[in-house]
Write a protein that binds this ligand. Structure first.
Ligand code: SAM
Length: 330
């Protein structure tokens, strides 16, 4: 792909573009804010025909070049404002309208209202030629802050929350869902589950979910779905930012990012933790607690003082308890 700096920055990562293209596979699709074509080129692989519209003439020139380089000939590129009636008039009936809209780069707190083109405007402008819409929205937004009747699909890529997709019309398969890429592991909301244990300490094993599952609010449901494999499994909240599942049974699931074995629960006393780690051949300790970023390495250096072993521990802090885990091998 060729592009300017801005175009590359906002281009859709390949595994995301590929997943979305498969999910939105249809005869005729329009990508109405196509940028340099990161997503549109993948639509062209799965759909018969793609209309790709972009307001920035430099970006659409790159998108055309990218299509040429890749030998793609089933995209019609249209330069202009995708909300303008003159452009919409030229389009046939569309099976799907997709938009990955622009968002203000300097925005401090993401808002669904600041997307350009805006979701309500797109739906209104295209209502005569389509009833199936898909949008990308900022993944920082909670499901409750999306004021539309649509599926909210949170997506993780390589273990990090990466995208939020909104699906309308026949594209909607659930109210909320989560998908972890690149393996394509999906969970869809089927009901309301609260399996929080309220326990102060984790059981023998702990499971760190993919961020998309937590952001989608589907951790309770994941726990409920795993009950037949681990009947004691429950949600173990460590702090506002970190929530695990915990059980005395050792299980595997594709929506787990990490699986841990509990090592030690103690006072958060650095010398006590350090001597445990020394005695048990640990060399590193990843600190997973709410510490100010500028203090992180001071804390870690103190905990790792004189450690020479090969093993790596993960340290969480719940209330006033330090909890040490080690990642389980697959
Ligand atoms: C996040 S980028 C899209 C990136 C693209 N999905 C990709 O993978 O390369 C958003 C694009 O929307 C375009 N845009 C914003 N408002 C538009 C409008 N009214 N009509 C057409 N394009 C618009 C911007 O110029 C920008 O290139």
């Amino acid at each position: 792909m060729i592009a300017d700096k801005d175009g590359i920055r906002f281009a859709t990562p390949e595994p995301v573009a590929e997943y979305r293209a498969k999910r939105l596979k249809c005869k005729v699709i329009a990508d109405i804010s196509c940028g340099i074509g990161g997503q549109a080129l993948h639509f062209a692989k799965y759909c018969d025909f793609v209309y790709a519209i972009e307001i920035d003439t430099k970006k659409i020139a790159f998108a055309k070049k990218n299509a040429k380089i890749m030998g793609v000939d089933n995209i019609e590129f249209i330069a202009g404002n995708s909300l303008s009636p003159e452009i919409i008039e030229k389009l046939p009936e569309l099976d799907v309208v997709f938009s990955d809209p622009a968002r203000p780069p300097s925005e401090k707190k993401r808002s669904i209202d600041n997307l350009r083109p805006s979701i309500p405007e797109v739906m209104k402008a295209y209502s005569d030629i389509s009833s199936n819409f898909a949008f990308e929205a900022p993944p920082q937004l909670s499901p409750e802050s999306i004021p539309f009747d649509c599926e909210r699909e949170y997506m993780s890529l390589e273990g990090k929350l990466n995208r939020l997709n909104l699906y309308f019309g026949e594209l909607k398969k659930a109210d909320i869902s989560a998908v972890a890429l690149p393996g394509i592991n999906i969970i869809r909301k089927t009901g309301v589950y609260d399996t929080a244990s309220g326990n102060e300490e984790p059981a023998r094993y702990a499971y760190e979910p993919e961020e998309c599952v937590t952001k989608a609010g589907l951790l309770g449901q994941l726990a409920a779905e795993l009950k037949n494999e681990a009947d004691d499994i429950s949600v173990f909240e460590i702090d506002k930012k970190r929530t695990l599942l915990s059980s005395d049974s050792m299980i595997k699931n594709s929506l787990f990012k990490n699986r841990y074995k509990r090592l030690l629960i103690s006072e958060p006393d650095f010398s006590l933790i350090n001597s445990y780690l020394k005695k048990n051949s640990f060399g590193k300790v990843i600190v997973r607690a709410a510490i100010e970023p500028e203090k992180y390495w001071d804390v870690r250096n103190e905990l790792e003082s004189c450690l020479v072993g090969e093993r790596k521990a993960h340290l969480f802090v719940k209330n006033d308890k330090a909890i040490l885990f080690e990642v389980l091998d697959d």
